[in-house]
Design a protein. Structure first.
Ligand code: ADP
Ligand code: MG
Length: 391
């Protein structure tokens, strides 16, 4: 459920678990991508909104060059020298904290370490970007502790580098940018090539953004993502032979993909078709929202799902079933898988009055059919990262 301000309890938890008072509390949100999936690494457009669900990081300075990190949601707290995180510990949640601390130390050599407490209301590992919420909240807290002022994009870039270089996840820019740039009441149309953005008011009279967590995460995901990136590159190589100025699928139109489909490998053609049509849908969705046309926005969400399922083939049985069940509820404008795929969440735009019908339909048709619980997550568009407390 949307979280109330939690700074007081975060300070208490810090004192209880680390035995001293904290000096800083920072907060950063998770996100849901409304439309624009697998477009980021093709230099395209994404359209996420920040959630009210956040990760909080409380911190106090140390002078012995150590970082100690404790999380209330995951076991296994650890200490390490700030500039020297033992990488053989991968994969471990402290990788994200360690990356941020080391990168900050490189900018602020006087940063002498910290005690860190992490607590969160973002579901972990469900495609709502708990990883970016962790990196960005850590970066905001430790920058404040080290007295380093970072511009919003510097904060996002530092957080993203931590994910790349320490957690070993080659993510695009979306998650960290929206976690920093989120605005209450707005979604973010982000151009992943120019790194420019526009806040689009998300006025949804009588409607609600409904997220449903499938609770599944299929193991094949990371290998499949790498294969998709290679297929996109193969498509770019083909179109560049025709038009040397093509640098990414961003530069290719749906008409061009249709015209060349017979000369492309069938799988590569389908992957390219998803990306180029998704870029168009994403911009059209932002435009529909500006006009207040929620029916059109919902139609584009459904088309996005079909394209991800059929052309990009990153959906799975559970996500398709959720989309089918939710899409059949009266008052639902649109529904699609969100995030990388092969599990995680679906996102729907629905009349607020239909939320209880969605819950009932999930119980009757998803859970009763032997699938795990489908958890509903409701959030208005939330604000980006902020320092909430300075002692
Ligand atoms: P997502 O970003 O979709 O939630 P990821 O696999 O990218 O999923 O990131 C999840 C990882 O981030 C976790 O396995 C953990 O290492 C780290 N993480 C996220 N939230 C927390 C938290 N509240 N406390 C500790 N580690 C966290
Ligand atoms: Mg993540």
């Amino acid at each position: 459920m949307p979280s109330a301000p939690r700074t007081p309890s975060v300070r208490e938890q810090f004192e209880r678990l680390l035995g001293r008072a904290c000096a800083i509390v920072a907060r950063a949100p998770g996100r849901v991508n409304l439309i624009g999936e697998h477009t980021d690494y093709n230099d395209g457009f994404v359209f996420p909104m920040a959630l009210e669900h956040c990760t909080w990081v409380a911190a106090a300075p140390r002078s012995d060059g150590q970082v100690r990190a404790v999380a209330t949601d995951l076991p296994d707290d650890r200490s390490w020298p700030v500039a020297d995180w033992p990488r053989e510990r991968l994969p471990h949640w402290t990788a994200y904290v360690a990356g941020v601390a080391a990168l900050l130390r490189a900018r602020a050599p006087r940063f002498g370490g910290a005690d860190v407490l992490v607590t969160s209301t973002v579901p972990v590992g469900s495609g709502l970007s708990s990883s970016a919420a962790l990196e960005v909240s850590t970066a905001a807290a430790l920058a404040a502790l080290a007295d380093v002022t970072l511009a919003p994009t510097e904060l996002a870039d530092l957080a993203r580098r931590a994910e790349h270089e320490y957690a070993g996840v080659p993510c695009g820019i979306m998650d960290q940018y929206i976690s920093v740039l989120g605005q209450a009441g707005a979604a973010l149309l982000l151009d992943c090539r120019s790194r420019t953005w526009e806040h689009v008011p998300l006025a949804l009279p009588g409607h609600t953004v409904v997220i449903v967590n499938s609770g599944v995460r299929h193991k094949l995901a990371s290998g499949e993502y790498a294969a998709r990136q290679q297929q996109c590159q193969a498509a770019v190589a083909h179109f560049r032979r025709l038009r040397p100025e093509v640098r990414a699928l961003r530069d290719v139109t749906p008409a061009e993909v249709a015209a060349e489909a017979a000369r492309l490998d069938a799988t590569v053609a389908a992957r390219a078709r998803h990306v180029v049509t998704e870029n168009e849908r994403t911009q059209a969705a932002a435009a529909a929202l500006r006009r207040g046309n929620l029916t059109e926005f919902g139609r584009l969400m459904c088309a996005s799902h079909a394209s991800l399922r059929d052309d990009y083939q990153v959906s799975c049985r559970e996500l398709d079933l959720l989309v089918e069940i939710i899409g059949a509820v009266s008052g639902v404008r649109g529904v699609r898988m969100t995030g990388g795929g092969f599990g995680g969440c679906v996102v729907a735009l629905a009349e607020t009055d239909s939320v209880s019908h969605i819950e009932a339909a999930l119980r009757e048709r998803y859970e009763a059919a032997g699938n795990g619980p489908a958890a509903l997550i409701l959030s208005r568009p939330g604000a980006g990262a902020a320092v909430e407390y300075r002692g």
